[in-house]
Design a protein around this ligand. Structure first.
Ligand code: FNR
Length: 400
């Protein structure tokens, strides 16, 4: 069985004689180095949150309200981090959350492909965003033996939605993640001044311009009139779905269907009733609505309502310790968002592989030291809540 903690030894061997490690080992350094190398518009787009960033900060700080209780003499000599999900066994409970501009974060401008290659090298699945620099088929070709999921931003054009889902199925994706909380852009005061949104429009439309349905709606080939292409995309992008749309979404594919952005137990129950195969608890990393709850604080009630249905989780994971806590609170698998973008920025596929292996190494070694040999041992009883009332102070801590 692979022991992810061994990565620490590899890093020591690769950096003899006091040389520093090739890539940073803590999130603050990773963030700082990414900011230094990313174009300002891309950096700002990735880093920013909605409003004044309160929800984004709370997402991160919420993890500080929980502590794992060490258990001794537990025999956690070997740890098993594998997880069974949708008739697959994933070697780890991590996955890469969909990030629309990940394509622009790699130095060569093909970050979607670089991310897929990192998935192949680590066994950590990628959830490929609808907003991509390279088409979903090209991304899937880089997955190797690692499964991938496709994230759908459901357009108002139902035929286009169906086409995207069918393409994903044909390309070998193993599940469809429908994002519910981004049919309209949240209030992001930092975006307008940086030109970040036009960047996304111009560069991340590969799945649209390669789509036969999208192309058929345009008077010219998309390449001939980029302005008209972007305008058409803007017209069909945001679809304010309701529960009445779920039977149609469900009917598009027999692949597992996951609903992303669910934070309320009643919504979990309705999703279950509508035939969802998985719940994805997330508040979009605090990018959509400010003044909200930390996603982690929503997780226990979501897990309880899911009543055995898999619950994927993201928003605020910055370390292996954070991932362990989310798993102990009942997440089946845990999504990494911004840290992946920063890893790509500083080192392409190598940088991203390093970020993922570091997270896994820390998780594995925490489980070793604290005596939890398997994910099944990580239960809410393994945690103690260490904050009462309103949680940690929101001052002076950068959310990221
Ligand atoms: C996102 N996220 C996102 N989600 C989604 O469903 N489709 C998408 O295309 C994107 N795009 C995107 C771009 C950028 C720059 C970021 C940072 C995030 C949200 C993402 O999947 C995830 O929910 C958050 O990243 C989790 O928050 P943290 O942990 O990154 O803070």
């Amino acid at each position: 069985m692979q022991q992810f903690g061994d990565y620490q030894g590899e890093i020591h061997l690769e950096t003899p004689g006091g040389a520093g490690p090739r890539f940073p080992l803590v999130f603050a350094d990773l963030e700082e180095q990414a900011q230094a190398v990313l174009p300002p518009a891309v950096w700002s787009y990735v880093d920013c949150g909605a409003g004044d960033g309160h929800t984004q900060r709370m997402n991160v700080q919420a993890f500080g309200c929980w502590g794992l209780v060490p258990r001794m003499l537990a025999g956690a000599t070997k740890r098993d981090l594998s997880v069974d999900l949708f008739d697959m066994t994933w070697p780890t409970p991590l996955f890469m959350a969909p990030v629309g501009v990940i394509g622009l974060c790699a130095q060569d401008g093909h970050g979607d492909l670089a991310t897929a290659r990192a998935a192949a090298r680590t066994g950590v699945p990628m959830v490929a965003s609808t907003l991509a620099v390279d088409p979903l088929e090209a991304v899937a070709r880089e997955f190797g033996a690692t499964p991938g999921l496709f994230q759908l931003y459901t357009p108002t054009d139902r035929e286009l939605a169906a086409s995207l889902v069918h393409r994903a199925e044909a390309a070998g994706y193993k599940g469809i993640v429908v994002t519910l909380d981004r049919w309209v852009a949240g209030w992001r005061p930092r975006d307008p001044g940086t030109g970040a949104l036009p960047e996304v429009r111009r560069h991340c439309l590969a799945n649209y311009v390669s789509d036969p349905v999208f192309r058929a709606r345009l008077p010219h080939a998309p390449e001939e009139d980029l302005h008209a292409t972007a305008a058409q995309w803007a017209r069909i992008f945001g679809n304010s779905l309701t529960w009445d749309d779920l039977p149609w979404l469900r009917s598009l594919s027999s692949l597992p269907l996951l609903l992303k952005g669910i934070c309320h137990p009643d919504d979990v129950r309705r999703a279950k009733d509508a035939g969802a195969d998985g719940i994805y608890c997330s508040n979009h990393g605090g990018r959509q609505a400010d003044g909200g709850l930390a996603a982690l604080d929503c997780l226990p009630a979501v897990v309880e309502a899911a009543d055995g249905l898999p619950v994927l989780f993201d928003s605020g994971i910055r370390s292996g310790a954070d991932a362990v806590k989310a798993l102990a609170l009942g997440a089946t698998a845990v999504g990494i968002g911004r840290p992946c973008a920063y890893g790509l920025a500083i080192g392409g596929t190598d940088g991203l592989v390093h970020v993922l292996r570091s997270l896994l190494a820390e998780m594995d070694l925490i489980m070793a030291v604290d005596g939890y040999a398997a994910l099944a041992d990580l239960t809410p009883e393994a945690l103690r809540r260490v904050c009462s009332g309103h949680g940690p102070s929101a001052s002076g801590h950068r959310g990221g």
